[in-house]
Design a protein around this ligand. Sequence first.
Ligand SMILES: CC(C)(COP(=O)(O)OP(=O)(O)OC[C@H]1O[C@@H](n2cnc3c(N)ncnc32)[C@H](O)[C@@H]1OP(=O)(O)O)[C@@H](O)C(=O)NCCC(=O)NCCS
Length: 234
Amino acid sequence: MAQCEMRAVPPFLLPGEAAAVQRDAERLLDSAELTRAAAMAPAAGWMFLAGRVSQRVFAGQLLSVPAADLTVAYSCPQCGTGPGLGHGRPGYSYRGAPVPLALSLSRAGGWTLLAAVVDASPGTRLGADIEEPARSGFDGFDEVALTPAERRTLRDVKAELLPAARARLWTRKEAWLKMAGDGLRTAPSTVDVRERPGLRDLDPAEAGLPPHFAAAVALSVRAQASGSGGSGSS
Ligand SMILES: CC(C)(COP(=O)(O)OP(=O)(O)OC[C@H]1O[C@@H](n2cnc3c(N)ncnc32)[C@H](O)[C@@H]1OP(=O)(O)O)[C@@H](O)C(=O)NCCC(=O)NCCS
């Protein structure tokens, strides 16, 4: 049975590691990815490149092909797809054909979570998201992000537990919206994530993340029906 594979990539802490990321990026990534990073501030660019290098290495290992031989095949709800496109839903092709891999990536607090379903049937969709509770949320968050029913579930939550409860709902929303493919083009306050088929919270330990993180993963229903609903870490 196919499984949802996960890999948590920790922040790089040593100054030399950013230079190593840059070298790996130039060796492994496509020009669309390098161009996107070059338009970012240096720290953001290195974080972006580190995530993309890790994702490509992860994909290459899962497919048993050299990471450098993969070509980005992203799809954006606005811009479509194409070899020059480096943003949107992640995907790769190999020797001109799309690889049978459903992928999702999320970054927070320097960490990157990679998730994949191997041997994914066409149309399999995956979404994963991570957040640090202390850093998520803002004034008016509940009104902008939550449905009335979700807001009601927070009424009895103790104040000190509210950031974690909000982060849990938020990661569910982003995981779901990445799986659906539209991202935040869909207003999060219109998507009730208390219970949805294929959507679940991830235990940070299961994902290899620090214990205070919130994390969620969503897998398209058709993929689950065909037996791709398991989970494991690598
Ligand atoms: C997807 C989204 C919710 C993630 O935002 P975030 O929480 O800030 O960032 P995360 O680190 O959790 O996730 C980033 C990853 O989401 C993925 N992603 C982006 N858009 C996606 C989409 N439409 N569907 C699925 N996954 C998507 C990418 O893998 C991205 O990684 P990258 O930075 O290496 O490209 C947000 O970026 C979004 O809504 N994007 C779509 C908006 C859009 O379509 N704009 C039109 C652009 S032309």
